[in-house]
Ligand binder design. Sequence first.
Ligand code: KIV
Ligand code: ZN
Length: 515
Amino acid sequence: MSPEHVRIFDTTLRDGEQSPGCSMNLAEKLTLARQLEKLGVDVIEAGFPIASEGDFESVRAVAVELRETIVCGLSRTGRQDIERAASALEGAARPRIHTFIATSDIHLEHKLRMSRERVLEEVDRAVRQARGYCDDVEFSAEDATRSDWEFLVEVFRVAIEAGASTINVPDTVGYTTPEEYAALIRHLCARVPGVDRAVVSVHCHDDLGLAVANSLHAVLAGARQIECTVNGIGERAGNTSMEECVMAIKTRRDVFREVETGIRTTEIYPASRLLSSIIGVPVQPNKAVVGDNAFAHEAGIHQDGVLKAAITYEIMTPQSIGRPSNELVLGKHSGRHAFRERLQELGFALEGEAFESAFRRFKDLADKKKVVYNEDLEAIAADVVIATDDRYALGDVSIVAGTFATPSATVELVVDGTARKASELGVGPVDAIFKAIATLSETKSELVRYQVNAITGGMDALGEVSVTLSEDGRRVIGHGAHTDILVASARAYVHALNKLEWHKRQHQRGEPRGI
Ligand code: KIV
Ligand code: ZN
């Protein structure tokens, strides 16, 4: 019997983007969406259109751009929510409306203040309304794992009768365990009338570190859609990690023989790197599948074994997830073709002026450094991708610092097209630079965190700086890269300011984000 298809529903752009510091602007979302399509995910949840103008525009842009992948917009069950999702999806080749309402007594009593009967009416009305706009409707019972199982059977029966073709069983608070979740999925598959007309989907959060295990157990119990994110980013402790689920299913064919995903696994690593460089949040080194150390064999006995036969300690190959084997990449003699190919391997498909600008910066860097590493290229490409529609642009920076001088910085900042200059003193050179930029931009944001990384080894390493700013309860991370760490710091600060500005513009109208 040929294996059944398990759909990969990627919610990096919606649930993932809801996690602090992981917000993305429109250009960044589009860049990632293109990579997700290349990766072969079945569904991309592109946002929550009613949440803000920015979310609406992102869903619309992704919907218009992608022609193969199903593009999904999230909505609560309210009429306006669903109208807004439908309108954002108008240009989609394959639209899906995903509507949800909580079903646990805890949520009904404390949050919704609704009876179970009212919830059933809402489900019926919302799914029918959504079906009026498109054939592909998913219904989620929020906090399903803390809901009464018999009530869930009723809720899903109503959703399917009203026309939902996917029913999702979220572990919203990351509370369930593998056995319990599998039992719930089996119960629903056996008891919900009409369940054979729908795909049973799972959506887990990682509060107890069980999201991947729970999702995989659910697949063994009959679920055929996994909702997940690249690098496992998401609310609180994160969502189910896409790469871990996909590689578990691929690597353990003996266990998962009944199913397969449609993921092109060689695009996993580029997707992971792309996301990480866009949001400026590094992947933890020991992260399964995509972490820096995932294929690094340190112990002598392991190295010996791997050299003799990789199978001794390697259950999958770095090539199978698209990890470039050649770490030393380009130098100053490399041309456009090699540069474009390497960028593509790293998940960046740059065209036109964006490509030319990245190429100029690469040549500049190659003049200063002997070898340019993948990480250097990622930093350059990410800088170019994010440099769209910005209010602020950094001009010249000059710094005086040392053991005798009081650190001072003179910074030129272009604000709305007009160049301004300011000089400030500081307790250190970074402090002086940040003060000058704060004066010029008149920002009210607070600096929450400042982090420096040498992207690659050696004295000529490219330094990458991440700056976390907070304003009105919103946190953003900006990042900048340069061989001069002080210039990288200035770039990171300006990038974060541009992100804040972007959010201010996009979120002027609208309700609070998140659910
Ligand atoms: O965690 C959750 O319950 C959700 C739903 C909207 C699917 O994200
Ligand atoms: Zn969620």
